[in-house]
Design a protein around this ligand. Structure first.
Ligand SMILES: *Cc1c(COP(=O)(O)O)cnc(C)c1O
Length: 450
């Protein structure tokens, strides 16, 4: 075991050192070589060290270098040094995050919840669960909403299901994230029966266009649009929601972290007045993948939706992690969140948010100065740029992806094809922004001439 773990540390170091230099998307040859893993399962055991070597030699080159500084595709973030190291230690701990199975996992969750509630300014007694990502955080928050609203109507949805239940209305913005619709579909609330509220040019739900609210209603708002970075006007919508007895749920997958910075917190103003919140650790907080968080103002609704029986509702000694999430057994996700927050501190987190936003502005300025159209108000860490015709923009995106210096994706924003730049990694440097800009501008020029 000792030799094996030293070996993996060496391999991990080589990978981390290589990530700064290597192309971001793997080479076609590296992807091709993955077929070497595709062998029939052999009869006999193989030495763990050989297994590891095979995995590293074939697998590592076929990764996308999202932990480097030049990945600007989906809002994935990288992984902070403390979070990466904590993840490796947590790997050898192999803890199941139940209190009786892991006092440390349960305690770290308690601490993280307190820290995060304070960072985001959420209600002090809010309940929280550690899930795989914002999709499941949305699912969990909406499950709590479903419970609370139907309980008010005298309907026990956990016991009786939705057959014959009172009707519920779900309002979403026109630019709702697809994962929220998926969560609704898994909850039996239906992705097509939602009422879509019109949005403005930045994708913000128009508070003045909210329909009259009556009966059990969930209003799903967004803190951080995945294309523009824009925030729905939470304060106004929460006031309307409150007055009409609606449940307001916030999808703040990456945007909620803006609250950590005094400079950007204004964007999320009023968001604390909602009833439930979903966010990701694995995006802007820069912890490894598989880390989302749900918060619910009145924890009993989340517990009622997530616990197996009413007997479980009696809280014994301390919070039971599994009473707040869909899973029973799961890994100790609080470990990396704790390590990330502990290593950054409040100022480090604020600085991470502000630095990545500043780099997004530098991208936007560089592209605009070269004559290209920025399609969004760059208020956060997201930039949408068009290079002219849809076909031209697609070609530029493809060339940049193939060349490998950086990676960015495409999107369609309110009828316009755009390159989408998302800056959310702690590892990105000013030099990364400059070298990526150069490549983008070079291909934009070349393709326009072609
Ligand atoms: C990324 C994202 C999600 C989905 O999050 P996962 O962690 O991938 O499940 C939901 N909503 C928004 C706004 C996002 O940016």
């Amino acid at each position: 075991m000792r030799r094996l773990l030293s070996d993996v540390a060496d391999r991990a170091n080589r990978y981390v050192e290589g990530v700064a230099e290597r192309r971001v998307a793997p080479s076609p040859e590296a992807v091709e070589r993955l077929s070497r893993l595709d062998v029939p399962l052999q009869d006999d055991p193989i030495e763990p060290s050989k297994v590891l070597a095979e995995l590293d030699e074939i697998g590592s080159p076929a990764t996308v270098a999202t932990t480097g500084g030049r990945y600007f595709g989906f809002v994935v973030g990288g992984s902070l040094p403390a979070a990466t190291a904590a993840n490796m230690l947590a790997g050898v701990w192999d803890q199941n995050a139940a209190r009786v199975l892991s006092p440390v996992a349960a305690s770290l969750e308690d601490v993280c919840i307190r820290w995060l509630i304070s960072l985001f300014g959420l209600p002090a007694n809010a309940g929280a669960g550690f899930v795989t990502g914002a999709t499941m955080a949305n699912f969990s928050g909406l499950a709590a909403a479903r419970h609370a609203l139907l309980a008010q109507e005298g309907w026990d949805v956990e016991a009786r299901g939705l057959f014959g239940a009172p009707m519920m209305t779900v309002l979403v913005g026109e630019e709702v994230h697809v994962s929220l619709l998926k969560a609704l579909s898994m909850l039996g609330l239906g992705r097509d029966r939602v009422v879509r509220v019109p949005v403005d040019g930045q994708g913000r739900m128009r508070a003045d266009a909210l329909p009259e609210i009556s009966g059990p209603t969930i209003v799903c708002i967004q803190a951080g649009n995945v294309n523009t970075g824009a925030f729905d006007p939470a304060g106004e919508i929460c006031r309307t929601g409150r007055a009409s007895g609606a449940w307001v749920h916030v999808d703040g997958a990456f945007g909620l972290w803006a609250l950590a910075s005094h400079r950007y917190a204004y964007l999320a103003e009023g968001v604390q007045d909602a009833d439930s919140w979903a966010t990701d650790g694995h995006k802007w907080l820069n912890v490894p993948q598989d880390s989302g968080l749900v918060f619910v103002r009145e924890p009993e609704h989340l517990r009622a939706a997530m616990t197996a029986t009413a007997a479980y509702l009696i809280e014994g000694e301390g919070r039971e992690p599994s009473h707040y999430v869909p899973e029973m057994s799961r890994r100790a996700r609080g470990v990396e969140i704790w390590a990330a927050l502990r290593s950054l501190g409040r100022s480090g987190l604020a600085e991470l948010v502000e630095r990545t936003c500043r780099y997004a502005s530098q991208f936007a300025e560089g592209l605009q100065d070269a004559g290209y159209e920025i399609l969004n108000d760059v208020v956060l860490n997201q930039v949408l740029v068009s290079f002219g015709s849809p076909a031209l923009t697609h070609r530029v995106i493809r060339r940049v992806q193939e060349e490998g210096t950086c990676w960015l994706g495409g999107t369609e924003w309110q009828g316009h094809v755009a390159m989408r730049i998302s800056v959310s990694s702690w590892a990105t440097t000013e030099q990364d922004v400059q070298s990526s800009l150069e490549v983008i501008l070079r291909f934009a020029k070349e393709e326009a001439r072609a």
